[in-house]
Ligand binder design. Structure first.
Ligand SMILES: C[S@@+](CC[C@H](N)C(=O)[O-])C[C@H]1O[C@@H](n2cnc3c(N)ncnc32)[C@H](O)[C@@H]1O
Length: 266
């Protein structure tokens, strides 16, 4: 399948699961979003009231609404009608006037029509691993941002969470006491082909994930004129490990499932 076909199939799959996603995330996002993704994005973004911010791949708008609450003037785009319907419905009646638009983020021209040098900041939360090609986002963003603007992203951690990690749970006799040992095994990193993943537990249809090494992930940004000036690797806390769900990220506070970064123009 070529990039266009993969992107089109992705759109159909996101439309199919838009309602499930909306129920899972509600107004403010699921636990992953609230604990790891949003705090790291907000820390790197350091949004000031009145700033114009673009949310690329906004889903049901959980982050867009948070940005609006913080005083941002928010434009939010997604290529899924279903996602945008949820986002608009959840934002209806709120004091914040978020400008939701249907835009395919693989289409540079469509992105550029949002307004050259019109944004102080761009956020792209958990989207880069879902898109067959990321260069258009960086190319367009370099022109959508004002010269001192920033681009903040969160994505699945390339080293630990986008290369089909295998969760394990073992029992070990350590000094006469049986202890649980939980972790992940990684078998590949350099060349991982796009593969459909199950996503969050219960997602109705799997969708493609696009693993990128650190150099592939950031290479497109560097080529578009960005430099990286902030990086966070959020993980759960030791208290989250108090769960009987041994084969989950909650047990692995030593291993970050998410990578968040901030890019600025050179
Ligand atoms: C994992 S969800 C993340 C949603 C939201 N940003 C969040 O952090 O909760 C990925 C989103 O990216 C959108 N998306 C994927 N490919 C896209 C594309 N080519 N153009 C625009 N949106 C896209 C999907 O429709 C979906 O809403």
């Amino acid at each position: 399948m070529n990039i266009e076909q993969l992107n089109q199939e992705g759109r159909e799959l996101w439309n199919q699961k838009a309602q499930f996603w909306d129920q899972l995330h509600g107004d403010a996002g699921n636990r992953f979003h609230r604990r790891l993704i949003e705090p790291s994005i907000l820390q790197l973004l350091d949004l000031r009231p009145g700033e114009a911010v673009l949310d690329i791949g906004c889903g049901n708008g959980a982050l867009s609404r948070r940005l609006a609450e913080l005083g941002g003037s928010v434009t939010a785009v997604d290529y899924s009608d279903g996602m945008l319907d949820s986002a608009r419905a959840r934002s209806a009646g709120s004091a914040h006037n978020i400008d939701y638009r249907l835009v395919d983020a693989t289409d540079v021209d469509a992105l550029l029509r949002l307004g050259l040098a019109g944004f102080d900041a761009i956020v792209c939360s958990m989207v880069l691993m879902d898109i067959p090609i990321i260069e258009p986002i960086f190319q367009a963003s370099s022109q959508l941002l004002r010269s001192d603007g920033r681009f903040v992203f969160a994505t699945m951690h390339p080293a630990f969470n986008s290369n089909n990690p295998v969760f394990f749970h073992e029992k070990e006799d350590r000094d006469g006491t049986m202890v649980d040992r939980c972790g992940i095994k990684i078998h590949e990193y350099i060349d991982v082909q796009p593969v459909k993943g199950s996503g969050a537990p219960g997602e109705p249809v799997p969708h493609y994930y696009y693993h990128r090494t650190f150099s592939e992930l950031l290479g497109g940004a560097f080529a578009a004129g960005f430099v990286l000036d902030g990086l966070l690797e959020p993980s759960f806390a030791p208290e989250d490990a108090e769960t009987s769900d041994y084969l989950s990220w909650y047990k692995l506070w030593q291993i970050p499932p998410v990578l968040s970064g901030r890019l600025r123009l050179r």
